[in-house]
Design a protein around this ligand. Structure first.
Ligand SMILES: *[C@@H]1O[C@H](CO)[C@@H](O)[C@H](O)[C@H]1NC(C)=O
Length: 447
């Protein structure tokens, strides 16, 4: 807007206009013949102003500075601009026209090291009352995938599980559109990771090498160290995240058609594979889904654009130390009967683990698939309770869960032990001088 105003000021101030009008050439132009040209010029100015306004409505890309803003004079960018303005309803459900959006190149993570960079301390819970929301925030492109010094542990866990049950945990529907989406994700990860974590990933002629684990990925041949694999499984080996891609079908619903779910703790890809989003949530008894989440989530899925990635965080408690599969809710191979009711009640606090997820969502520009990345952070409760403010706030959050949320999160099994412990820790912190009135200034969501 500012630039348009400046342009108008520089070119349309009264003095200048007077001066121009005085010149005889312009006088001749101001005849009836000139009207169409004047209208055309006005239309061009109006378009320019609208364009600048639109750009300002998207502060994410505008403020981050890196992604070059579209230049309205270049034909390719005019196409992109038109696409960006396209309403989701203009698209026939189940179809996608490849977008020419390119993810802005990622800056290297400052001083990242596979041995020294600690996991980000996500503590995504608030003092009550608890609200059921999607809780989406805009994502900076640099932060698409987060890696840290838990990488080797996650990587080993994934490797072991791929060997034991890869064909159940990593699945790609052979439909060409889905397959292409999985390959597109592999290409995106290879490019992004070598930009963001150059001490670990090196771009090669055929794909990417992980120089720490000595794995070489060929994106065209779909191989790792020469062995051909499911494309989602290859993606899984690169990140600490679990990955899933949803595709829109003719009914406008989004279906889980490609996934690599190896460390999810509480759910199995084979149970959800091929399901639409709403069924995934209702079959998982996600509290408040129908009433509070379904409509917003459907709208979001249909409208999310390649340039508009988002993130969200959530958290759970777990009463065993298995990152990959929380065995206290039952065997991973059980036909049915998994759930909190099987968990041992009142386990000692040393068995309580805080499990939080950082999820990102973006639409792949070529295939139109919507990618979820699900990164789990996993810590003993006794560890995070040493952090200032955390025990008090977590206790307040756990107490504020409604009945449905409490049931979903299994509170009845561990709540007494957990709250007794958190309250004691909080009291210790207050006795030690913790200034509870300053919490907001010290820790802000999601930390
Ligand atoms: C990778 O290869 C290097 C050099 O051959 C070796 O020192 C290192 O131990 C290997 N790393 C792993 C994880 O196998």
């Amino acid at each position: 807007m500012e630039s348009a105003k400046l342009w108008l000021r520089d070119n349309c101030n009264a003095e200048r206009l007077q001066h121009v009008v005085k010149s005889t050439r312009v006088k001749r132009l101001l005849t009836v013949k000139a009207v169409p040209y004047v209208l055309l010029a006005l239309a061009a100015v109006a378009l320019l102003v609208k364009f600048v306004q639109d750009k300002r409505k998207r502060p994410r890309t505008w403020l981050s500075g890196r992604p070059p803003s579209p230049d309205p004079e270049k034909p390719t960018d005019v196409t992109t601009y038109a696409e960006k303005r396209m309403k989701a309803t203009d698209r026939t459900p189940g179809t996608w026209t490849p977008s020419d959006f390119k993810r802005p190149a990622a800056a290297p993570y400052p001083e990242w090291s596979v041995t020294d960079t600690r996991p980000l301390p996500y503590r995504p819970f608030r003092h009550g009352p608890y609200h059921i929301t999607m809780g989406l925030r805009s994502m900076q492109w640099d932060e698409w995938i987060e890696l840290d010094n838990h990488y080797m542990r996650f990587h080993e866990d994934k490797k072991r599980r791929i060997k034991a049950r890869g064909s159940k945990c990593c699945l790609t529907n052979p439909d060409p559109r889905v397959w292409d989406g999985a390959v597109e994700l592999l290409e995106e990860l290879s490019a992004y990771l070598s930009e963001r974590y150059p001490s670990m990933f090196k771009k090669t002629e055929v794909g990417v090498d992980n120089v720490v684990t000595n794995e070489s990925f060929d994106v065209k041949e779909l191989t790792m160290n020469g062995v051909k694999e499911d494309p989602m499984q290859l993606c899984a080996r690169l990140t600490q995240d679990d990955l899933a891609i949803m595709f829109e079908k003719e009914d406008g619903q989004y279906y889980l058609l490609a996934g690599a779910i190896l460390l999810a703790g509480f759910w199995r890809l084979e149970d959800k594979y091929g399901m639409p989003l709403s069924e995934i949530h209702t079959s998982g008894d996600v509290p408040g889904y129908k009433q509070k989440l379904e409509k917003g989530m459907m709208n979001f899925m249909r409208r999310v654009k390649p340039d508009g990635a988002v993130i969200r965080n959530n958290y759970f408690m777990q009463v065993d130390d298995d990152l990959a599969w929380s065995s206290s809710i039952g065997s991973e191979d059980a036909e049915d009967g998994i759930g909190w009711f099987t968990a041992e009640k009142d386990r000692a606090i040393k068995h309580h683990y805080f499990r939080s997820e950082r999820q990102s969502l973006r639409r792949l520009p070529r295939s139109g698939g919507v990618v979820f990345t699900i990164r789990t952070y996993f810590h003993p409760v006794t560890e995070i309770a040493e952090e200032p403010y955390v025990p008090g706030r977590l206790a307040s959050a756990v107490r504020s869960w409604g009945e449905d949320v409490a049931k979903y999160k299994g509170r009845e099994r561990y709540g007494d032990v957990l709250l007794e412990f958190l309250d004691r820790k909080h009291e210790e912190q207050v006795a030690g001088g913790l200034d509870v009135s300053h919490e907001e200034g010290v820790r802000t969501y999601p930390y």
